[in-house]
Structure formats: structure tokens, C-alpha cells
Design a protein around this ligand. Structure first.
Ligand code: SF4
Ligand code: SF4
Length: 59
């Protein structure tokens, strides 16, 4: 399990990257934000901080 970012909602503010205690948020060379499923521990800090409500638990 891990959290994931809905790309259609993301405004690339980087709040999730700053908030993640486990450094699980990745930023591609193109500026696309994603979550490393190997590192994510489902703590929800990123989801609670995201201003666009773009992050949710993968099902
Ligand atoms: S906090 Fe939300 S809007 Fe900001 S970069 Fe992360 S997923 Fe995108
Ligand atoms: S749920 Fe927690 S561990 Fe996973 S990406 Fe968000 S802040 Fe990082």
C-alpha cells in the first residue's frame, strides 16, 4: 500500500515533498510529483497538507 498523487489536481506546489518525513515524494526532471511506493509508509502527512486534496491512498 502507498499513497498516490492525482496528476489532474496537482499544482506542483511541493508541499508534499516538504512534509513527507520519509522522503517518499519524487520530482521528475519534468516537474511531475509522484510517490515512491517503496518508501511511503501511509502516514498521510502529505495528504493532509496538500492544498488541492490531490493525494489519497492507493486501492
Ligand atoms: S502538495 Fe498536492 S498540489 Fe502540491 S505538489 Fe504535492 S500533490 Fe501537488
Ligand atoms: S503518506 Fe506519508 S510517507 Fe507516504 S508520501 Fe505521504 S507523507 Fe510520505
Amino acid at each position: 500500500m502507498a499513497h498516490m498523487i492525482d496528476q489532474s489536481k496537482c499544482i506542483h506546489c511541493a508541499t508534499c515533498e516538504v512534509e513527507c518525513p520519509f522522503h517518499a515524494v519524487l520530482i521528475s526532471a519534468e516537474g511531475v510529483f509522484s510517490i515512491d511506493t517503496e518508501k511511503c509508509r501511509d502516514c498521510r502527512k502529505c495528504a493532509e497538507a496538500c492544498p488541492m486534496d490531490a493525494i489519497s491512498k492507493q486501492v
